[in-house]
Design a protein around this ligand. Structure first.
Ligand SMILES: Nc1ncnc2c1ncn2[C@@H]1O[C@H](COP(=O)(O)OP(=O)(O)OP(=O)(O)O)[C@@H](O)[C@H]1O
Length: 318
């Protein structure tokens, strides 16, 4: 069996003369949590809509669970749960009644629907508010109910478009943990679109950096660092006492692999193209310095993203 659940090749979409998705190649394997990360207007929602069969591509091919969403959109919708930015519910219905309504539309019996709705409400931590009208739910509660609603049809894939917009930090953390747990426990594939680097880094196995309709790179964080940061992969922070900063900097720059040395308040920030932490420590001592602190900096997604685009464009990466 093909373990690729989402496959897009050469995907294109235009609005008028603007190309909003450009030659997109994307593959996501079963059980993966994949983050589509990009600034506002990058083309994330447009891509998701094409994967769901809700917007027609102008070129390329797509398979979702082996199905072509262009020709068989309903078959794709049966297998994929889609949580948009803002979920619509019947505000006069309670949480549980909204879920039961969805299940009944999907052909479940009343008893079956109620049983599954109860189970899911407990699972997503909304049981205490199950009988409250959804019009009185907070935004975070609505998003959790949205996730439960998506799970009512036991999907193979969940696609979430900016699911955490407007939710407080605790709510975001809980929702993220729930998504990862679902993926791990039930082998559900998750595609998660966001422009929040931190959230993507927390939960995703792999990330696609999406800007201006193009996927610039994809992989796990070390792979992205490798492909985007090239020879600026490592950094060391050090607190060093030395009577002459110039002599110290020259000594550090003479270490093979050091690209730059910069003083930032009390710390020296040393960029290198391979791991020379031990040599740096030795050279400080040889140069007559006293080393009081040394730390190898691990690059996170925000450094990768910002450094890759620094000096180039002004993408919103908040
Ligand atoms: N129906 C439409 N008609 C015309 N242009 C559109 C339409 N939908 C999207 N666009 C344009 O396509 C581009 C990509 O939009 P899209 O919504 O896919 O980006 P996004 O990455 O999801 O952004 P955000 O993070 O703000 O939701 C934007 O320039 C947008 O203005």
């Amino acid at each position: 069996m093909n373990s690729l659940v989402i496959e897009a090749e050469g995907l294109m979409k235009r609005y008028g003369s603007q190309i909003v998705v450009d030659s997109l190649d994307l593959t996501i394997a079963k059980g993966e949590v994949f983050g589509l990360l990009g600034p506002n207007g990058a083309g994330k929602t447009t891509t998701i809509l094409m994967l769901m069969g809700m917007s027609e591509p102008h070129g390329g091919t797509i398979r979702v669970c082996g199905i072509n969403p262009v020709t068989h959109p309903l078959s794709v919708k049966r297998k994929v749960g889609y949580l948009p930015e803002d979920v619509g519910f019947y505000d006069d219905y309670s949480g549980i009644d909204n879920l039961v309504y969805t299940a009944r539309l999907n052909g479940q019996s009343p008893a079956q629907a109620r049983h599954q709705a109860e189970q899911l409400l407990r699972r997503i931590g909304l049981w205490e508010d199950a009988h409250k009208k959804t019009g009185k739910y907070s935004r975070g509660m609505r998003q959790r109910l949205g996730l439960a609603d998506v799970l009512m049809k036991s999907p193979e894939v969940i696609i979430l478009d900016e699911p955490t917009l407007g939710i407080d930090p605790t709510g975001v953390r809980e929702l993220m943990e729930l998504i990862v747990k679902l993926s791990r426990d039930e082998g559900i594939t998750v595609l998660f679109s966001s422009h929040h680097l931190h959230q993507v880094q927390q939960v995703c196995d792999r990330v696609g950096l999406f800007v201006g309709g193009r996927l610039l790179a994809q992989g796990d964080i070390p792979q992205l660092a490798q492909s985007l940061l090239n020879d600026n992969l490592y950094a060391i922070e050090a607190a060093i006492d030395h009577p002459d900063e110039k002599i110290l900097s020259d000594a550090l720059m003479s270490v093979n692999g050091v690209m730059s040395v910069e003083r930032r308040r009390d710390l020296f920030h040393i960029r290198t193209n391979h791991d020379v932490t031990a040599v740096i420590a030795q050279r400080v001592i040889e140069a007559g310095g006293a080393l009081t602190y040394l730390n190898r900096v691990e690059y996170g997604l925000d450094e990768i993203y910002c450094r890759y685009f620094e000096g180039g464009s002004n993408h919103d990466v908040n």
